[in-house]
Design a protein around this ligand. Structure first.
Ligand code: ZN
Length: 57
C-alpha cells in the first residue's frame, strides 16, 4: 500500500517519519525525526513521553 503524503511534504523531505507508540495506552502515531528530542503528548490519553524510547521499528 502506498504512503499518502500531504501537499507540501516535499519541503520536509530531509526529515524522516518515525512511528512511535504511547507507553500508556498503546496508541500509535508518527512524528518527524526533528521531534525525537521533544516530549510528545499522546492524542489518545494526553500522556507525555519521550519518543526516543517508544519507537516502533
Ligand atoms: Zn496514550
Amino acid at each position: 500500500m502506498a504512503e499518502q503524503h500531504c501537499p507540501g511534504f516535499e519541503s520536509n523531505k530531509s526529515l524522516a517519519e518515525i512511528k512511535i507508540k504511547c507507553p500508556e495506552c498503546g496508541r500509535e502515531s508518527e512524528i518527524f525525526s526533528d521531534e525525537m528530542d521533544k516530549k510528545i503528548t499522546c492524542a489518545g490519553c494526553k500522556n507525555t513521553f519521550n519518543p526516543a524510547k517508544c519507537k516502533i521499528d
